[in-house]
Design a protein around this ligand. Structure first.
Ligand code: ZN
Ligand code: ZN
Length: 571
């Protein structure tokens, strides 16, 4: 059922991409079309315009698309010889290159009216069936996604089977705008960015409080699970990065500096630091699995065009760990890790968590036998324990395959955060050993894993997922005490001190503003709990609790309040 729907959607998207290209050619006949595939959420078309289109031109293109759809042109598909195809595209070097890249003597061609496009097939029957579409944005792209190639323009769009589904989609987009973490980050004073450090986030007290809570929560769980925390340097000698392979595979994304005439690199990942700690002295089999965790700050040079709030930054903190173990221990450790990841991610009310297995990418290090061994270890752990997963071919890291976790947030969007990677290569590369029970030296295996992934990005995801309304345990300010008149100032201070001593993030608003104004401010700050203190509360030694959601409670004793808080803090 789901598969059929997906196929139908794919046909709609594919056909809408043709429609978009058709509209472009009618409006701007000198446009050179390149590629226009369906995507996970819609479709796009990349093209070289004679004159660059502007955002406002999208309306014109969409109108033309609607007009062509109205003509209800039948969409046909045929195989033509490459010679014929090259004649059709004699003025379009992109299509000519594509034709050369297709195997065999023929290529597929789709036609609707006098428009034609290279195509493998899979359309709706006529343009009239494309009714509920929309163009979403105009952006830049490169031919074959390589920035050394010709710069192109890209139009993105969506198409859906019904008007209702398109409306739901539009509502989600609106919500996503409304709860954009960059907007909420400013409103809630969580973080900021400055020209003085492009792509480097600044966390304000509110934001840092959330990050620290995330770290504390992780630390508590790491300790329970037998991890030992380490801290390794942010800058390390070039030689190390050459040996680890980062230099060959990652150099373009790394920052370099010099100390005492020696070249250093600022780390893009934490692994080599952990490796040096392992290698610092001989290790015995008794120590394995050795689990070393690190909240490591990394820097990666991302192009300024792709920077996006906390989602794409140039400096970030990985909640990293490396597990050194024997080959026999891999399966059990991977299983434990899957349970650990599920436990952590399970604390954030995500709609869904799915697991994927990513295999050897083209640009990889280490022999195929090591890759096969590592991939098998991961697949076995999943299969033997009947854990459903999606296979992602070629998506692994350059040093090993990985299991990744994709979460779905409250707005139906998917994010990949946690990964578990089995690595036979780095232990070989750095000549890591342990002394086995019989006294012989053996090679350990290294498992890399991160759960939040980048704390900055995870924080950004949480801001949008919760729409700025953090649950009590995570909220930057958990409780705000509001006085009705100046007479309650002292009582407010007393309550404040008690909560503060309990480790609650609490503030007092004893300004001379009207209580209604104070409530309004606290609501805008999305504070989970307001404690309203008036004359009555002071006289009876009670509190009126006004939660962000739900009903007000009057006449609560301090004891009852603390009990409620303890319940909320059991994550
Ligand atoms: Zn087609
Ligand atoms: Zn690592």
């Amino acid at each position: 059922m789901e598969k059929k729907q997906n196929e139908k959607l794919e046909m709609l998207r594919h056909s809408a991409a043709h429609l978009l290209a058709h509209a472009l050619m009618e409006l701007f006949p000198e446009t050179k079309l390149t590629l226009g595939p369906p995507t996970k959420n819609g479709y796009f078309y990349d093209f070289l315009p004679k004159e660059n289109l502007k955002e406002k031109d999208l309306e014109l293109v969409a109108e033309k698309m609607a007009e062509i759809a109205e003509r209800d042109l039948p969409i046909t598909h045929e195989e033509i010889s490459k010679i014929e195809a090259k004649k059709l595209y004699k003025d379009n070097p992109f299509k000519l290159e594509m034709i050369d890249g297709i195997e065999g003597d023929t290529v597929g061609l789709a036609r609707q009216g006098d428009f034609y496009d290279l195509c493998k097939g899979g359309h709706v029957k006529s343009t009239g069936l494309l009714k509920h579409f929309k163009l979403t944005n105009l952006s830049g792209a490169y031919w074959r996604a390589d920035k050394k190639n010709q710069a192109l323009q890209r139009i993105n769009g969506v198409v859906l089977p019904s008007a209702k589904e398109l409306r739901i989609y539009e509502k989600r987009v609106e919500e996503a705008k409304l709860y954009d973490h960059r907007k909420l980050g400013k409103e809630l004073e969580l973080f900021s960015f400055h020209e003085e450090g492009v792509g480097f986030p600044f966390f304000h007290p509110n934001g840092k409080a959330v990050i620290n809570t995330l770290i504390d929560f992780m630390r508590k769980n790491l300790e329970q699970d037998g991890y030992q925390e380490i801290q390794t340097p942010i800058m390390l000698s070039d030689e190390l990065w050459k040996r680890s392979g980062h230099y060959a595979h990652y150099k373009e994304n790394m920052y370099f500096s010099e100390i005492d005439e020696q070249s250093y690199a600022i780390r893009p990942m934490n692994c080599p630091g952990g490796i040096l700690i392992y290698k610092n002295r001989p290790r015995s089999f008794r120590e394995l699995p050795l689990k070393l965790s690190e909240f490591g700050i990394d820097h990666r040079h991302e192009l300024s065009g792709v920077l996006h709030g906390l989602f794409r930054v140039r400096s970030f903190t990985m909640d990293d760990a490396h597990i050194f173990c024997t080959t026999d221990q891999i399966e059990e450790e991977v299983l434990k890790l899957i349970a650990f990841v599920n436990k952590i991610l399970g604390s954030f009310n995500f709609a869904k968590i799915t697991i994927g297995l990513s295999t050897q990418p083209e640009d990889s290090m280490g022999g195929d036998d090591l890759w096969n061994k590592a991939t098998e270890a991961l697949a076995n752990a999943l299969k033997k324990n009947k854990i459903d997963y999606i296979l992602r071919e070629g998506d692994g890291a350059f040093y090993g395959p990985k299991i990744d976790f994709v979460i779905e947030d409250s707005m139906g969007r998917e994010w990949q955060c946690s990964t578990i990677q089995v690595d036979f290569f780095q232990p070989e590369n750095f000549d890591l050993t342990y002394v086995a029970s019989g006294g012989e030296r053996k090679r350990p295996v290294m498992i890399h894993r991160a759960i939040y992934g980048s704390l900055e990005r995870f924080f950004g995801i949480l801001i949008e997922h919760y729409k700025g309304k953090f649950p009590f345990w995570l909220a930057p300010v958990q409780v705000k005490i509001l006085t009705i008149t100046d007479d309650q100032k002292e009582y407010a201070q007393k309550i404040y001190k008690i909560l503060k001593d309990e480790g609650i993030r609490v503030v007092v608003d004893d300004s001379s503003d009207q209580i209604s104004a104070k409530i309004k401010t606290a609501q805008l700050q999305k504070v989970p709990w307001m404690l309203v203190l008036g004359q009555k509360e002071q006289e009876n030694n009670t509190i009126a609790l006004r939660p962000r959601e739900g009903k007000q409670e009057f006449g609560l004793t301090l004891e009852a309040l603390l009990k409620k808080i303890k319940l909320l803090l059991q994550v």
